[in-house]
Design a protein around this ligand. Sequence first.
Ligand SMILES: Nc1nc2c(ncn2[C@@H]2O[C@H](COP(=O)(O)OP(=O)(O)O)[C@@H](O)[C@H]2O)c(=O)[nH]1
Ligand SMILES: [Mg+2]
Length: 211
Amino acid sequence: MAYDDSDRGGPAAVPRLAGDQPDGSPIAVKILVAGGFGVGKTTLVGSLTEIQPLRTEENLSDAGTFIDEITGVEGKQTTTVAMDFGRIAIHSGLWVYLFGMPGQQRFWFMWDDLSSGTLGAVVLADTRRLADCFPAIDYFERRDTPFVVALNCFDGRGYPDLGEVRRALDIEANIPIVRCDAREGKSCRDVLVVLVEHAIDELTACSGAPS
Ligand SMILES: Nc1nc2c(ncn2[C@@H]2O[C@H](COP(=O)(O)OP(=O)(O)O)[C@@H](O)[C@H]2O)c(=O)[nH]1
Ligand SMILES: [Mg+2]
């Protein structure tokens, strides 16, 4: 799998049109899913992928409760110890690879490798624990990686006022904030569409090309 690795400090180059690869191999578009512990990253990747998702789930142990902040997600039984991985084939020449980034601070060392060559990121947030997505937002802002914030609504319990959320997150007005249900494929696809449109806008603006 070949990604554009030339720009680890910024957004990936605009992917060429599908079928444009000289060797006929599919174009790979890499999208990250980030956010705090228990926000629904593994669920979202599982809802979207067409292949069996690669999961690296382990049971939460009593010892881990002193390390992982489980307040608000006390019912959670497992945790992702490396990453989630899934794939969507848009058609035979264009594949989307999804990487769920581990949310816990002790795995942040993996973020640079995982984010290399990405088109953009979905930052999943739970409005009951909004601050947990700050590290991911800071990270993508610093790297100029296009991202959208997707509020996982948890059966309406985290149903938010989008204006309030934008003020609380203090993000640029052009960064989309959308609601989703991480368990619903269609809802998650809508999030990806918003991300791709946003990434194209950002990359077009960066390149100075007329939109
Ligand atoms: N009710 C409800 N549960 C959800 C939703 N999204 C995730 N979950 C559950 O929340 C828990 C944490 O989700 P998970 O995907 O493991 O979070 P991660 O730590 O971000 O990967 C799991 O038990 C999921 O089944 C949702 O939209 N509604
Ligand atoms: Mg997970």
